[in-house]
Design a protein around this ligand. Structure first.
Ligand code: PMP
Length: 415
């Protein structure tokens, strides 16, 4: 079998495996992680800003004092003490929830998998923002669901377009299993849904009797405003909420959660048990200790200020260096800027040139399940130091200039 290019197991896989493809981002990592490349591709939180000595002491003490329990199997729903702390975190976005309705997961990515397993049969329709988080699209593809994208603009998901999509489905005698949305500091679009649109989205979901999945890993990372009111705070029966400690603490802990209506929560616990028996006990306790004894709100402020400085550096570099015809929205929080290229420039072909200039980004096509996004790309400003971000934008602009010279589609203006 060695050396063959054909997969010798191809006729044995479950059909869902054929719907799983290599993510644009994963495929990029090998090149983007080379030290000479400025990576504007990955969305890695800047963990050097954490008090690592404090976390180290906390983990050591935890093992010494509670090791026999902290290293043991635990409950399939997750530890009660952590679920109570999670309710305090969600209260910052005006969610009033009971710890009994929270299910701890192995990151919110796993929360998405649990929801797919609970709700999606092959051929089911999911309405998702266009563009959408690539990891969610991967989960929906693996579940063999059909994703219909609903456009967004600077104010988030467009309710008129959603109303059209819902009406079209109804006319076909179909009902979407859910609407998937990232309302705050969207990955990859960078935008945030306005309060009015949140009201409109919930009203439409009620009118058409569909569920909403509110995926909210970035909600506490706003630069200018206080956290907005979660969709879940507007309708606790219809909105299933996903949260994560990946961006506010550390992704390596792989801990997130789902807040769901009681009947759904029961199903999710059963699936959680079938998949992982229980979420990791040790990391749950690390987070509980951290939230109980460490000023975590202050730490989130440290992260916010750091990311704001990086966003500002990237925006000012883009404003100075991008040629005319390139556009973007200014994110008010989170990690990402979504760029629209001038007509005729394909972000996937441009990537080879960008990598030759030692800068990486993620082409837009990965954020759609229907081939859109060729004229877009995602830049992240969360990880590189501000001066590296500026250097990255400089390299990107040289790559774009070269592409322009080749295609001569620009008018040569520099704004
Ligand atoms: N949802 C969105 C919108 C994300 O951006 C991410 C991480 N990039 C996730 C979910 C998954 O996060 P976690 O680390 O909690 O699995």
């Amino acid at each position: 079998m060695a050396g063959t290019t054909q997969d010798p197991y191809a006729d044995r896989y479950a059909s869902r495996v054929n719907h799983m493809t290599v993510s644009e981002i994963r495929a990029l990592f090998a090149v983007a992680n080379r030290p000479e490349v400025v990576s504007l591709a990955g969305g890695m939180p800047y963990l050097s800003a954490l008090p690592l000595d404090v976390v180290g002491d906390l983990v050591g003490k935890l093992i010494r004092d509670q090791g026999a329990n902290a290293l043991q199997y635990g409950a399939g729903q997750g530890e009660l003490a952590l679920r109570e702390r999670i309710c305090e975190v969600m209260a910052l976005e005006k969610i009033s929830a009971s710890a009994g309705d929270v299910v701890v997961t192995v990151g919110s990515q796993h929360g998405l998998t649990l929801l797919a397993q609970a709700f999606l049969d092959p051929g089911d329709v999911v309405l998702a923002e266009g563009p959408s988080y690539v990891g969610a699209l991967g989960v929906f593809a693996a579940a063999q669901a059909e994703v219909t994208h609903v456009p967004m603009d600077a104010d988030g998901l467009d309710p008129a377009a959603l109303a059209d999509a819902l009406a079209t489905l109804r006319a076909q005698g179909k009902r979407a299993k859910f609407v998937y949305t990232v309302p705050n500091f969207h990955n990859p679009a960078g935008v945030t849904m306005t309060e009015e649109r949140r009201d409109a989205l919930v009203a439409l979901a009620q009118q058409y009797d569909v569920l909403i999945i509110e995926d909210n890993p970035y909600g506490l990372l706003g630069f200018e405003d206080e956290p907005g009111r979660a969709l879940r705070s507007r309708d606790s029966d219809r909105v299933i909420y996903l949260g994560s400690f990946s961006k506010t603490f550390a992704p390596g802990l792989r801990t997130g959660w789902v807040l769901a209506p009681p009947a759904v929560r029961q199903k999710l616990v059963l699936i959680n048990e079938a998949q992982v028996l229980c979420p990791p006990q040790l990391t749950q306790r690390v987070i509980t200790e951290y939230l109980t004894h460490h000023p975590w709100r202050q730490q989130i402020k440290v992260f916010r200020e750091l990311y704001q400085t990086r966003r500002d550096a990237m925006l000012s570099a883009l404003n100075t260096m991008m040629p005319s015809g390139v556009s973007w929205e200014e994110p008010r929080g989170g990690f990402y800027i979504w760029l629209t290229l001038p007509e005729g420039i394909d972000s996937k072909s441009l990537l080879a040139r960008a990598l030759a200039h030692q800068v990486a980004y993620v082409p837009g096509v990965g954020f759609y399940s229907d081939g859109q996004g060729r004229g877009n790309l995602r830049l992240s400003y969360c990880f590189p130091e501000p001066e590296r971000l500026v250097e990255g934008v400089r390299r990107f602009s040289s790559a774009l200039e070269q592409e322009r010279a080749l295609r001569s589609v620009f008018d040569g203006d520099v704004r």
